[in-house]
Design a protein around this ligand. Sequence first.
Ligand SMILES: [Zn+2]
Length: 389
Amino acid sequence: MDWPRTPVEGIPARRFKPSFCPWKDCLSHRWDSFRYVKNGYYSRKSDCRRIQRFRCKICKGGFSQQTFSGTYYLKKPKLLKQIAAALVACGATRQIARSLGCSHTTVVHQANRIGRHALLLHSLTLEHLEFLDEGVVLDHAEFFQFCQEMPVGVATAVGSRSWFIYGLDAVPHKLGGKMSKARANRLKSFIRRHGPLPSGSYRRSTERVLRQLMKKVRPGEQLCLITDGKPDYRTAAQRYVDSGRLQMNVHPNPPRRLKHDPRSKSAAVRDRAMFPVDLLHKLIRHSNANHKRETIAQGRRINAIMLRLYVFIAWRNFGKDKSERCPQGRSPGMEVGLTDRILDWKQMLSRRLFPWRRKLSAMDRTLYSMKMETPAVGNNRHHELVNAF
Ligand SMILES: [Zn+2]
């Protein structure tokens, strides 16, 4: 993947050449060949820089160099990378707003915007990744939306060698396990006020992830899928196993033990095989304030929870060493051959990505337009901007 080193804003106006028209209805939006003319300058208010304007010769639409920058339409462009860095340093919205001296709603809006960019970046990287050259470890991480009575499982598919995160898939589901009487009453009262709870299944979520992964398996080769013993994984993968395209490596979770009891042999084998995904889940809880349990920073909307996860995986895949304990200066993105260096937030946000130029899955398209709703929240605001979509 040829990801640029210099942000669009750092390119001198005389050297900047747009490669496609930014207007989605223009014929030259999806093809990297079009004709334009220079059309004067304007002065940007935030830093008084002169920005080159252009006009597309096909749709006659106007645009500027700034239209292609990650900070398009922002009044305070410097905040973007600071907010991105704070989000993966376990900052909660109001804490970030206090330390940066801005409003907490600015942080919320920009966090969603960075999440949408990270979602498109993830889709771009998957387009550039030709084939999978390793096994994939799959497990669901458990979070909550709105309150602790509404669990959300998120399928996470991680490379067994590179620890690259290949996919996420959210599935709101019913609360399982034993329930105290007080909690059951709380749940009944919640359902009376907000309507029935969602009831998704791990099986469908696993099927969606596998559908994406199987496209990346070399013809004639098998994908090695490493999971724990949940029956849903086997059911979802059965048709690929029957066709000989997938081989399952199942490690059932051992029974719970007391803290200082020694691990059994099978538990040690399971922990070794599932390590990439277990580590990922620990890192998510360690680095994201809204994915911790039992805190007031817990996510309210499922859409925001997922977009924050995409911010995290952009940083994990491209902005962070694979291992903190044995640093080698190599990110998971470098391990799968997508980049040749670790990217910082300035570089990751250096280009605006356009949703109409990417092939997004139905779920990603819903997430991008913020239409995945949590009814209990009330007003679920969609992303409906016309020019800054
Ligand atoms: Zn055009």
